[in-house]
Design a protein around this ligand. Structure first.
Ligand SMILES: Cc1ncc(C[n+]2csc(CCOP(=O)(O)OP(=O)(O)O)c2C)c(N)n1
Length: 268
């Protein structure tokens, strides 16, 4: 199966999980579907379903925790836990929380939902791994709206100072936040320039072009650079479902029966 087919499958899983739970955040979950597919299915995140917490593991921190459906579905598709567990998403009494809880499921590395904390966790984990002599890769997926949190930039500076070249930050540059367009709230303009100025090796790519994502990741994991990596994934919120694409309301809205049916039709 190609990345594109896998990404469609991931989008179908995401929409199914959200529809079943009456959940929000289709927009930001669909925008990272291609990046998540290549990271998980391309072998860049080396997972061990049999020993998910081994100390020298690779980690992916989904800092934009509201988009947990993309994380749970990616983990299930990668075999970290049975797909049937996805039925528990957002259900009363279940541990598959909409804002994830640390170690609730194999591969859920941290609690997230309060934005601005994942990069600190990733940075600390990458530093700890280096001190212990591990070869671990640490991926942190953040939102562009999340970059309004000052803690993002504090940790960006720290990781560059520490030359944490096994840290890979993916910025989901979908240009929409929860309540408006990025440019109307805090305008970061050229996001790639910002990360470059902080001392990162930057790949500014189309976040829906799986070939471009794979090429950037391949170059990243050669580690022939002392800098941490920032991948600025230029994306469209709601990508893949025509009536959700670049529409603010799909940050919070939940698809009704007809919308779910149309989404599944488009994602066939
Ligand atoms: C500290 C904090 N403040 C506010 C929120 C409420 N909130 C949830 S999602 C969101 C918008 C985030 O925008 P972005 O990072 O661009 O996410 P995406 O558009 O990719 O879903 C906000 C403000 C939060 N979760 N955490």
């Amino acid at each position: 199966m190609t990345y594109e087919e896998k990404a469609k499958e991931l989008r179908r899983e995401i929409e199914t999980v959200l529809h079943r739970a009456g959940g929000s955040f289709s927009g930001g979950s669909l925008s990272i579907a291609d990046v998540m597919t290549v990271i998980f299915q391309g072998g860049f995140l080396r997972l061990n379903p049999g020993d998910p917490w081994k100390p020298d593991r690779d980690m992916l921190v989904l800092s934009k925790g509201h988009c947990s459906s993309a994380l749970y579905c990616s983990l299930a598709m990668a075999g970290m836990f049975p797909k049937e567990e996805l039925l528990n998403y957002g259900a009363d009494g279940s541990d598959m929380l909409i804002h994830p809880k640390i170690r609730s499921y194999p591969g859920v590395e941290t609690s997230s939902g309060s934005l601005g904390h994942g990069l600190a966790l990733g940075t600390g984990s990458a530093l700890a791994a280096r001190i212990r002599g591990y070869d671990s890769r640490v991926f942190v997926v953040i939102g562009d709206g999340e970059c309004n949190e000052g803690s993002v930039w504090e940790n960006a500076a720290f990781a560059a100072k520490q030359k944490l070249n096994h840290l890979i930050v993916v910025v989901d540059r979908n240009r929409l936040q929860g309540c408006g367009r990025d440019s109307e709230i805090l305008n970061y303009g050229d996001m790639a320039e910002k990360w470059r100025a902080f001392g990162y090796r930057v790949f500014d790519i189309d976040g829906h072009d799986c070939g471009a994502i794979e090429a950037a990741l391949k170059e990243t994991v050669t580690w022939n650079d002392e800098r941490p990596t920032a991948i600025i994934a230029q994306t469209v919120k709601g990508k893949g479902v025509s009536f959700m694409e670049d529409r603010l309301e799909w940050h919070y809205k939940s698809p009704d029966e007809a919308q779910y049916a149309q989404a599944m039709e488009e994602l066939r």
